[in-house]
Design a protein around this ligand. Structure first.
Ligand code: NAP
Length: 333
C-alpha cells in the first residue's frame, strides 16, 4: 500500500489487536492479554512512525504514550474498526480528539492516579528553584572547593510567600495543599471558580491571571495544553511578574513561550524557573541550558513505579470497557 505522501506501508492483516505503542508494566499488559491479542512495542526506544503506521492497521484499540502523535494519518492508517485510543496520561494534547470523535473513536485518559506524584514534583521544583538546590548540587559535584559561608547560594524561603496556581484542578489543588504545609498563601486563576469547599480548605483567592502573575512569589502552571493555553505565559505575562518570583511548569511545555522565558531569565526580570516540560520536547532551548537560575528535569512528573503501574492499569481498564461494549471510566470530554 502507498500513502498519499508516497510512503510504502507493509501490508498486515486485519488483526483486531490492541496495539501498545511503548513498554507497559506487566500487570496492565496481562490484563489486556487475558481478553485480547496484544501487539506491544517492547523497547525503551520510541516506536518509529513508519513502524507504528504499519502496526496499527486493523487495530481495534491503541494504547498510546504522550510521545506518540495520534493524528488523522495514524487514524486513517488504523482503519474504521478502531474503537478506542487510550492515552496513558491525563493530558491528551498529543491526540487529535475531534478527529477521533469524527471517526467514532473513543479517547480515554488516566486522571487522578498521577496527581500526587506530579504535585510532589511541582513542589520539589518550587524548592529547587527558590533554594538554588540545582546550583548547590552542581557545585559539590564540580569538585571546586567550597565551605559554609554566610553568603553561599542564598535563596528565598517559602513561609508567608504566595503560590499562584494557574489551573486549580486535581494537580493544582494537590500542589496548593503541599504549599500550604510550607506556610504559603494560595491564589489561583482558572476559567471557572473552584468548588467553595476547596477554596475554603486552601484559603485560596481567585484572581485574574494578570493579577496573579503580578502578586505571586511562585507561579505554578497546572492547566492542560489547549489552543487557549498555548503561550499563556509569554513576554507580556512574564513582564508582569516580580523580579523576585519563580515560574514552575509541570503542565506542558508550550504553555510557556520558552524564548520569552529565556529573555526574562537573562534580563533578571524574574528570579528563576523550574521546568519539567519543554516546548519542543525532548529538545531543550539552548538558552535554558546556559542559565543557572533554571532547574531542568526530563518530564518526570508521574515517574514513580506505583504511579506508572496505576496509569497503565487505568488505560487497560478503559480499553477493556470499550471493547466489551461498555462505557470506559475515563472518557475525555
Ligand atoms: P485537571 O484536573 O483537568 O485540571 C486542569 C485545570 O486547568 C482545571 O481546573 C481547569 O479549570 C484549568 N484550566 C483549563 N483551561 C484553563 C485556562 N485557560 N486557564 C486557567 N486554567 C485552566 O487536570 P490535572 O490532572 O490537574 O492535570 C493538569 C495538567 O497537568 C494535564 O493536562 C497535563 O498536561 C499536566 N500533567 C503533567 C505531568 C508531568 O509529567 N509533568 C503529569 C500529569 C499531568 P477550568 O476548566 O475551570 O479553567
Amino acid at each position: 500500500m502507498t500513502t498519499t505522501d508516497g510512503r510504502t506501508l507493509v501490508e498486515s492483516p486485519d488483526n483486531g489487536t490492541v496495539v501498545v505503542t511503548g513498554r507497559l508494566p506487566q500487570p496492565a499488559l496481562e490484563a489486556l492479554r487475558a481478553a485480547h491479542q496484544v501487539d506491544p512495542w517492547d523497547s525503551e526506544e520510541l516506536i518509529p512512525r513508519e513502524e507504528l503506521l504499519r502496526r496499527v492497521r486493523g487495530a481495534r484499540a491503541l494504547v498510546t504514550l504522550v510521545t506518540e502523535r495520534v493524528d488523522t494519518a495514524l487514524l486513517d492508517a488504523a482503519g474504521p474498526q478502531l474503537r478506542v485510543v487510550a492515552n496513558v496520561a491525563v493530558g491528551h494534547d498529543n491526540v487529535d480528539v475531534p478527529a477521533c470523535r469524527e471517526r467514532g473513536v473513543m479517547v480515554t485518559n488516566t486522571p487522578g492516579v498521577l496527581t500526587d506524584a506530579t504535585a510532589d514534583l511541582a513542589m520539589a521544583l518550587v524548592l529547587m528553584a527558590s533554594r538554588r538546590l540545582g546550583e548547590g548540587e552542581r557545585l559539590v559535584r564540580s569538585g571546586q572547593p567550597w565551605r559554609w559561608s554566610m553568603s553561599l547560594l542564598l535563596g528565598r524561603g517559602l513561609q508567608g510567600r504566595t503560590l499562584g496556581v494557574v489551573g486549580l484542578g486535581e494537580i493544582g489543588r494537590a500542589t496548593a495543599r503541599r504549599a500550604r504545609a510550607f506556610g504559603m498563601r494560595i491564589t489561583y486563576s482558572s476559567r471557572s471558580p473552584a468548588d467553595p469547599g476547596v477554596v475554603e480548605d486552601l484559603g485560596a483567592r481567585r484572581l485574574p491571571l494578570e493579577e496573579l502573575l503580578a502578586t505571586a512569589d511562585v507561579v505554578s502552571l497546572h492547566c492542560p495544553l489547549t489552543p487557549e493555553t498555548r503561550h499563556l505565559v509569554g513576554a507580556e505575562q512574564l513582564a508582569l511578574m516580580r523580579s523576585t518570583a519563580y515560574l514552575v511548569n509541570t503542565a506542558r511545555g508550550p504553555v510557556v513561550d520558552e524564548e520569552a522565558l529565556v529573555d526574562a531569565l537573562r534580563a533578571g526580570s524574574i528570579a528563576g524557573a523550574g521546568l519539567d516540560v519543554y516546548e519542543d520536547e525532548p529538545r531543550v532551548h539552548p538558552g535554558l541550558l546556559e542559565l543557572d537560575t533554571v532547574v531542568l528535569l526530563p518530564h518526570l512528573g508521574s515517574a514513580t513505579e506505583e504511579t506508572r503501574c496505576a496509569m497503565a492499569e487505568r488505560a487497560a481498564t478503559n480499553v477493556l470497557a470499550v471493547l466489551s461494549g461498555g462505557q470506559p471510566p475515563n472518557p475525555v470530554a
